[in-house]
Design a protein. Sequence first.
Length: 310
Amino acid sequence: MSESIKIFAPATVANVSCGFDIFGLAVDNPGDEVILTKRNDNKIVIKEITGDEGKLTYDPEKNTVSVPILRYLDKIQNKTGFDIILNKKMPLGSGLGSSSASSVAGVFAANELLNNPLEISDLLPFSMEGERIACGAAHADNVAPALLGGFVIIRSYEPLDFIKINTPDELYVSIVHPDLEVNTKDARIILRQEAILKKIIAQTGNVAGMVAGLMSSNYGLIGRSMTDYLVEPNRAILIPYFNEVKQAALETGALGASISGAGPSIFAFSQGKEMADKVGQAMKAVFTAANINTNLFVSGVNQNGPRILD
């Protein structure tokens, strides 16, 4: 029986334009790595954290990597202790599901080391508890795709009901993360609570169109459905040059573009990797011209979620 395991969990794009709090997809990179090792007692100890610039707590009751493990162990009534090493491979507050990747990697690793007493999908509620620690609300639009892979719809939270849907083989994601930080809590505060019925109807049409387009590999329909009437107009003001970056993506040939999660990362959908590379470079160039450093990631839709590393 293995005493230690190393897990990678992927970054995610949540909301995916029109699907605020209900859409999310996993990408191949970046992501987080967690090394979990059994202890001879029942303690959960965070031994080391890298890549966080010293920002994350080592308190197991307050870190997104350990809280899901604690809740998981409570549920299965297991007293096993673990040492945790967390290697952050993406920036905090990036809009790429950084806290979700840590949550998923941790609880997935624990389940593996304990010989998988629960199905992968049953780990979702524990992963969501990491999100509660990170931003005050147990959202699933990041953790679900990070855990399950692919494109996930959160149909309902009470009760929790989620669906993983098929996506076109040639659908690629370009993500530009500028060296800026948007706090998720701040990004939620700025949203207006009221919504005009006409906009809600238009938004619902786009949500339906996105699902239909993904499942039928209709790239044109995917692109036409990528208009967010409710959230993007408010959050865009928190991201310098957002409109210029989005326009650059569209002019280069992207199907559509929007904010990844709460931002500041901006993503675009393209048909084919060659186009996705061109779109990513065009998006990056806008920030470069404004003397803002960026990271660029180009990926297909990651269908696998977390994986065991050698």
